[in-house]
Design a protein around this ligand. Structure first.
Ligand code: S3P
Length: 741
């Protein structure tokens, strides 16, 4: 459908692939009253007019830009200055001027040379789209559709000019990003210019070999894929390399040094080093392709929008295994990396949170194979073997990762910065930063004690005793991990029992942690020895199905191999007290952790006052327990749970709002909620606020709902429970997933 014109008259100077495609896109989408075009070669200009690429033609740049309110310079970058000189006298005052070149520093130099300054209506641009084909005959109107366009406006940019130009590109289907000129040139040197240089160089090297015909005749797909870009326009690339000289030279030096190291590794038969580089590269490629397709531990703003749609009714029947425990998966990577020797993990949760932890260790030089269907092999580097990462460690949505990393990085010899997505960036970090500072760590937080965290390396940590003001396993674990690097003893007392996976796993790795009443204690300076870890299914993920089967009439469900560590089983205690029929079968101990199969059958639930001592033991299960409460007879009262307000969302308020959206009234208090059971669950639209457990909890509510429930902002379900939708469907929950960019 045609848009409303954004500009009255657009002049395009240079009718090559990009200029021609932009002219076509503008015309096809009705984004300008008139598109006038000109090219240095008159026959190209004529061709463009005759083939409907432009509305009007001009035979000089100066003629083309007269009265235009947008001028697009689309010539090879080294020709820019001449074009700017030619158009300047004819340019109207209100015209916006932009370009499409691959280097922005050189464009700005040309602008300043011609205009003496950087005018507020000159907005450099670079569409990240193209083809190895060049020229007007290869132009097509959807070249920019779903591609990025980078604009590098001046600080003083005229806002309406930026807005207009943005709308023009968006009208062509592109996504507009803005960044500084220097950043653009660095990023492009690394991601585009260097690969083109290598492709040109490699093909040239091979073409010069004596048996070159054979080389090209037998070249397999890999060679063709890798060298496709060596068929690009030589003049254009000659211009780009000369224009972006500094940034490209930096990248070439960096790459040459790394290539030299690989050469050295091959020469000295250093297989370990090769494996390290290749597995890190493979993982990085997967990581980036996930990031680009918006599925991974990326900023939620960039993620695909995922909506759950649930039909009422449905069932909870079958025999399933939910994915591995999130807390243990994080810790298996952390301790495996810091151990000496190899650690093999089975049952690893391939969710985005634990993958972020895995990636962070790879960024610090640890070789990690997998994950492959829950199997991960970590080549531990010892407590002092981590390497400084090249940039901030991005921990996605995971509070556990950020707090535990703070502990284990506080005592390293190098600086680190920890960042996360929008939700993590709102979570309190002083709870770990303050006690770590008491140990001697130097840590900066963002405003209000929020991420990012910046940790200064090279500090001497001293063990101490800490009485935790809140019952938090993350804080306890953080301090114990810092204690590994501290002089003397570190001990942490908890006001109520919290999950003890860190203590168990440290002991399993041969690092003694003792417990005296409510206090866990260790001495610094020991060593960890790698070994096998079997991660059981996550009881926090099983909880959705425990409630599902408890509230769905006729349900009978078995959950295999679930971790039932007593510091995690609050959900079973609470549900049983509400009348749930849950039995533990086949109880066993695996790798220091108790495990069982859980059988759960439908039973009418009643409201209860939830015992406060159960709160830390069921801390992640409250969203779905609120659904159980809504389906029960009588009122459920939760107190002493203010911690829920600082989880991935404010889980008290977000759940109360979601319940209200499906017709269930509740009363929110500072530290809990009162939910009168027995109300009808109607259909409605629930905003999960990007909180994975809120999203899954309302999916379970559909089993007792009277109408369709729509749950928005569900992409983060992948942080803890990849494949939730399939398992939910398998047991009979009537869930469909809608995803769009
Ligand atoms: C976790 C501890 C809990 C829990 C989180 C995982 C852990 O957080 O909510 O999902 O792995 O240590 P707190 O320690 O902040 O309660």
């Amino acid at each position: 459908m045609p848009n409303r014109p954004v500009f009255r008259r657009v002049a395009i100077v240079g009718l090559g692939l990009i200029g021609g495609s932009l002219a076509l896109a503008i015309r096809e989408h009705g984004l300008a009253g008139t598109v006038v075009g000109t090219d240095r070669r008159d026959d190209e200009t004529l061709w463009a007019r005759d083939h409907g690429v432009i509305d009007e033609m001009a035979f000089s740049a100066a003629d083309a830009v007269k009265e235009a309110d947008l001028v697009v310079v689309a010539v090879p970058v080294r020709a820019t200055r001449d074009v700017l000189e030619a158009v300047r006298p004819a340019l109207s005052d209100h015209a916006v001027l932009t370009d499409v070149g691959s280097t922005k520093g050189s464009f700005i130099q040309a602008v300043q040379a011609v205009f003496g300054e950087w005018p507020e209506r000159v907005i450099p641009g670079h569409p990240i789209a193209g083809s190895e084909k060049s020229g007007i005959r290869a132009a097509h109107g959807d070249l920019f559709d779903r591609h990025k366009i980078i604009l590098t406006p001046p600080d003083s940019v005229a806002p309406e000019a930026l807005d207009q130009l943005t709308r023009l590109w968006e009208g062509c289907g592109a996504r507009v990003l803005t960044m500084s000129v220097d950043r653009h040139d660095e990023v492009l040197a690394a991601t585009s210019h260097l690969p083109h240089l290598i492709a040109f160089s490699l093909v040239d090297t091979l073409a010069g070999e004596d048996d070159n015909l054979d080389i090209f005749r037998y070249a397999a797909g890999g060679f063709r894929d890798f060298t496709r870009i060596a068929a690009s326009d030589p003049i254009m690339w000659h211009d780009i390399f000369l224009s972006n000289r500094e940034a490209v030279l930096n990248m070439i030096d960096h790459f040459t040094a790394d290539l030299g190291q690989l050469r050295q590794a091959i020469e000295s038969q250093d297989g370990e080093r090769l494996l390290q580089v290749f597995s890190r590269a493979r993982a990085a490629r997967e990581h980036f392709s996930k990031m680009l397709s918006g599925q991974a531990y990326v900023n939620t703003e960039q993620q695909n929008q995922v909506t759950f749609r649930l039909q009422p009714g449905g069932a909870a029947q079958g025999d399933i295994r939910v994915p591995g425990d999130k807390s243990m998966s994080h810790r298996s990577i952390m301790l495996g990396a810091l151990a000496e020797g190899t650690t093999e993990v089975t049952g690893f949760l391939e969710g985005e949170d634990s993958l972020a932890t895995l990636q962070a260790f790879r960024d610090m030089g640890v070789t990690i194979e997998g994950p492959d269907q829950g199997f991960v092999r970590i080549h531990g580097v010892g407590l002092h073997g981590l390497q400084p990462p090249h940039g901030p460690l991005y921990l996605g949505n995971s509070g556990t990762a950020m707090r535990l990393f703070a502990g284990l990085l506080a005592g390293q010899r190098f600086d680190t910065e920890l960042t996360g997505d929008a939700s993590l960036s709102r979570r309190p970090m002083n709870r770990v930063a303050d006690p770590l500072r008491q140990m001697g760590a130097v840590i900066e937080t963002g405003e209000g004690g929020k991420p990012p965290l910046r940790l200064r390396g090279g500090q001497t940590l001293t063990g101490f005793h800490y009485d935790m003001p809140v019952a938090s396993a993350q804080v306890k674990s953080c301090l114990l991990l810092a204690g590994l690097y501290a002089n003397g003893d570190t001990s942490v007392a908890e006001p109520a029992p919290t999950r003890d996976h860190t203590e168990r796993m440290l002991n399993g790795f041969g690092y003694p942690v003792t417990r005296d009443g409510n206090t866990a204690r260790l001495s610094g300076g020991g060593r960890l020895t790698g070994g096998p870890i079997d991660v059981p299914s996550d009881i926090s993920s099983a909880a959705f199905f425990l409630v599902a089967a408890s509230v769905a009439p006729g349900a009978d469900l078995r959950l295999q191999h679930v971790g039932i560590n007593p510091t995690r089983t609050g959900v079973i205690t609470i549900l049983r007290e509400m009348g749930a029929d849950i039995t533990l079968e086949n109880e066993r101990e695996i790798g220091g952790e108790p495990v069982a199969d859980l059988r759960v059958r439908y039973a009418p639930l009643r409201g209860i006052r939830i015992p406060e001592d159960q709160v830390p033991l069921a801390i992640d299960e409250f969203p779905v327990l609120f659904i159980a409460a809504a389906c029960a007879e009588g009122t459920t009262l939760l107190t002493g749970a203010e911690e829920l307000r600082v989880k991935e969302s404010d889980r008290i308020q977000v759940m109360a709002d979601g319940l209200a959206a499906i017709g269930v009234d509740s009363t929110v208090t500072d530290d809990g909620i009162e939910i009168p059971g027995g109300q009808a669950l109607r259909g409605g639209t629930v905003d999960s606020h990007g909180d994975h457990r809120v999203a899954m909890a309302f999916a379970v509510a559909s089993l007792r709902a009277e109408g369709e429930i729509t749950i928005t902002d569900c992409a983060n379900v992948a942080t803890s429970f990849p494949g939730f939708d399939r398992l939910a469907q398998e047991v009979g929950i009537r869930l469909t997933v809608e995803a769009c960019e």
